[in-house]
Design a protein around this ligand. Sequence first.
Ligand code: MN
Length: 743
Amino acid sequence: MQEYSENDPRLESIKNLLSMLEASGKKYDIDKVKTSYLYAADLHEGQFRASGEPYIIHPICVAEIVAALGLDTDSVCAAFLHDTVEDCSDKTNIETIEKKFGPDVATLVEGLTKMVDINIVDKEEAQMENIRKMLLAMSKDIRVIFIKLCDRLHNMRTLDAKPEAKRRTTALETMHVYAPLAHRLGMQRMKQELENLALRYLDPIGYAEVTKHIEEKYGQNRDFIDNVRHRVAEELDKNNIKYTLEGRVKTVYSIYRKMYNQSKEFDEIYDFYALRIIVETELECYTALGIVHEMYKSVPGRFKDYISTPKPNMYQSLHTTVIGRQGIPFEVQIRTREMHHVAEYGIAAHWKYKSGAQSKEDIDRKLEWVSKLVDSESENIDPDDFMHSLKIDIFHDETFVFTPKGDVIALPQGSTLIDFAYAIHSAVGNKMVGAKINGMISPIDKCPQNGEIVEIITSASSKGPSRDWMKIVRTGEARSKIRQWFKREKRAENIVIGRSDIDREIAKIAKKTTEAQRTEIITNVAHRVGMNTADDLCNIIGYGGMMVSKIVPKLKDEVERVVKPEEEPPKVIEAEDVKTVSSPVKGKSGGVIVDGQHGCAVKFAKCCNPLPGDSIIGFITKGYGVSIHKRDCPNVVNGMKTDEFFHRWIRAEWDMADIKQSGNNNLFEAMVHVFVDDNIGIIAGVSTALAEMRVSILQINTTKRPNGDNIISLKFACKDTSHLESVISKLRSVPHFKNIVRG
Ligand code: MN
């Protein structure tokens, strides 16, 4: 892909970077690095930084910091290109960069371009945490955060050139957002430099004061420090340990924080002095510790073994505090070179890069990292919180969106603008009439993306949320707030909607029901679910407080109970469950001889209403005597098919003598269904006909059939089958008569 000349004089500017890459011992695609640099240099040609130097100096410096972290070729290329899409939009774009440098570089540059500069002045700590999470979430690839931190570090190093106001906001952002991110990623060196630089701009006087104290202290005690180093070195040499010693390890910011947060005088800072011993092996760490403890008195309770128990951000080291000559305490940190590297660079030292799709193992490995990342000892960080924030990075399950005021709202992935509105306040959601994303009008069911600015348009004349919103929203919070609104504002409408939903369910169960039957069914179901009226039930279904599917089984029960059996498909009833009526005959046999015996307790089945003259059969019930059916009753025909009850059917016959003796006062119940093709005046016609025959009507019902016919169901007092026959022939003469059957 070499598109440049090796003699291009501009390559001189990245000589330092190239030698760093070479010295790293890692494999870098040097052609790609050079090409991306020259492309960025072309794009930034003619642009200058606030300091007056050519703009390209900044990307070069960022690339050097990236290389020092040990990041890969694509990260170095992205560092060169990180400002091109935003600052040179007339000359390039993400697509072009993808074509030239591949999808990985393009993703990194895109992530860096999207990463907004946030105005965090006057934000509360909770907001800061959301912003940190958002940055993690926005950088789908953790390398984006690494490069962003390098970019920020260089901007901080050169902040002097910016105007005062800008310096302050940039420093605040660095202190509250970027330094904590670096800390969480275990990048101690990055974190410390960011903090020190930020402090310089946020409290120049305090910074100068602490710096002066440190210089003085070291100046005054140069002997002390030198002496300690010298003596420790001597002992290590005696034990044949290869080592590196570092003397000045406390940062300005760490001392500043102790002084101001814990209100301590500079002289009270306990562990101001520190000596770091870097050795080769873990065993040597413990050997060195033994040597130090032999040389100096150790301070009880100050020994910490982070080698056997690493900090969650992977930090490993031995810490101890000892008392030196003149009673001056100092801390000693002992670790291997490898541990030291991790301590300085954190995740960046270990992060593995892999092109292509993530395998399951990759994700497992990342999760393992996550569990190590949580530094429970660090200040004010809820470990669960951080676990969560890194999971976002891996599983992308949360979206962070700005309000126009710059607050960050966290929403589950897939949330819509409606969810956003309700997340701000239910009053905002209820009055919502539209929304804008980044200033552009947008449909309210749209899902905003990380980092977008969302504005909700409300109107006092809004009629409130739409019922459809409940199907659109993603969050339970929005759904319940919408439901609340409907519950409160729209009872009448809810009842109508709920009623039609329930009616539809009833229609699925029974084809034909009357309005009155449906009301009865719904009222019964309402009582069964603990509500007072049918309207209450319709209301809760209407506003979505209960799913209609939840009451379907009860609806089925009640439909069965309320709707007439002839509406039902034929169904086998257990003979012994058949409803019965007592014999009207008070004679010695009750009107029936069962298996040759007089005087059995008998009842007449209501399914077939047997009359004297009908061929009959008995069924021995459990404890209720013998129930008498017509021999051709469907329940008898079906019931006798089952072996289980076969032995309980028993011969029965009318005791005509007994019936005659009881006289005409004792009448049986007869049931007929009269089919007519119009029901106008029909009940009057039927009752007149029966009155003429001096037959008393016990019950009369009408039912409309799907084909438009009407059925008059008639129960009346009847002597026997011949009496029934005469009534039936009389009924054949009523107007609109079509047919008649016995019930
Ligand atoms: Mn930059």
